[in-house]
Design a protein around this ligand. Structure first.
Ligand code: SF4
Length: 306
């Protein structure tokens, strides 16, 4: 949950989640739609799908997590950092743990000037050289704390730093320049349309395909926009569509302008029940739509009120 997300945003989700699915066995047998709905609003939905897949894998092997870095890395959703951190902190293994905080401390300590992401290799090698054979978990946590509390992105507090005497970045007087980052590419802009189809106090919702953006989430039907292409503008049914407005949403790799087209009192039977369901408007907040579609829904509902 904490990947790319602040602690403050995570806490209410974490509490709800662990109350509803208190252990691996519970999560492995959970209804996937309910899990996705409980995640709605937190973003980066691949994390929820990976969490379910990971729980199923662990449950199949007796409900016990593997205790080596390689075996942990093989679990769905666990990258190099998470696998190393669990191996070192939970299982006392020697593992090289590099998160963004450690990356910053080590890049400054050795004045590694190869820009990220290429420079990650040199930073990892340097961290490997520093990591002790025993107590690697304590070492990792100390480095993370140093990065978050002392060696901060801006205004590092070098006078308080236990590594100050050894720090080449500090000696150069340019510590803040590390880690060097490659120039950012401009974020692509995409456009698409979502369709609000209403009848008898209910709106037509679909479950998005489990593969791709916002996979497995409940949503308004749309025209097939992706991170790479604009939507084709094709509505799910013919009829008189009215443009209700637009919502802007920023994803990690692109930004999206989503137009909202509305059609009301459509004929019963004009939509295939295999493709979606009528969802009562008064319970719309229980559908667990991701933020993008929740914003579009608010736009449609605000229009009714005005
Ligand atoms: S001396 Fe300053 S720049 Fe170097 S690791 Fe410590 S806080 Fe960071």
């Amino acid at each position: 949950m904490l990947q790319q997300t602040t602690v403050a945003a995570v806490i209410p989700y974490f509490e709800t989640f662990t109350r509803r699915w208190p252990d691996v066995a519970a999560l492995a047998t959970a209804d996937e739609g309910e899990v996705m709905a409980a995640w709605a609003g937190l973003g980066y939905y691949a994390r929820a799908r990976n969490l379910i897949a990971c729980a199923k894998t662990v449950a199949k092997s007796g409900g016990v997590f593997p205790d080596t870095e390689d075996a942990l890395r093989a679990l769905p959703g666990l990258g190099a950092y998470t696998a190393a951190a669990i191996a070192a902190i939970a299982f006392g293994r020697r593992a090289v743990v590099v998160d963004a905080n450690v990356e910053r401390v080590v890049a400054r300590l050795f004045a590694i000037d190869e820009p990220l992401p290429k420079g990650k290799g040199a930073i990892r090698e340097a961290t490997d050289r520093l990591t002790p054979d025993s107590g690697a978990g304590d070492f990792a946590q100390a480095m993370m704390d140093l990065g978050s509390g002392i060696c901060t992105s801006r205004n590092p507090r070098c006078l308080l730093c236990p590594l100050a005497q050894h720090c080449i970045g500090r000696a150069s007087g340019k510590a803040e320049l590390y880690p060097v980052k490659a120039a950012k590419k401009p974020r692509p802009e995409r456009s698409g349309t979502a369709f609000w189809i209403e009848r008898d106090g209910a709106v037509w919702l679909v479950r998005r395909s489990s593969k791709g953006m916002l996979g497995g989430m409940m949503a308004l039907p749309d025209d097939g926009w992706t991170a790479r292409v604009d939507g084709g503008g094709q509505p799910p049914i013919a009829g008189q569509w009215e443009l209700a407005g637009r919502v802007e949403h920023v994803f990690t790799h692109f930004s999206l302008t989503l137009s909202l087209a509305i059609q009301k009192e459509v004929a019963l039977g004009s939509l295939d029940p295999e493709q979606g369901q009528w969802w009562p408007l008064e319970r719309l907040d229980e559908a667990g739509m991701p933020t993008l579609f929740a914003k579009a829904a608010r736009l449609a509902l605000a229009r009714d009120e005005s």
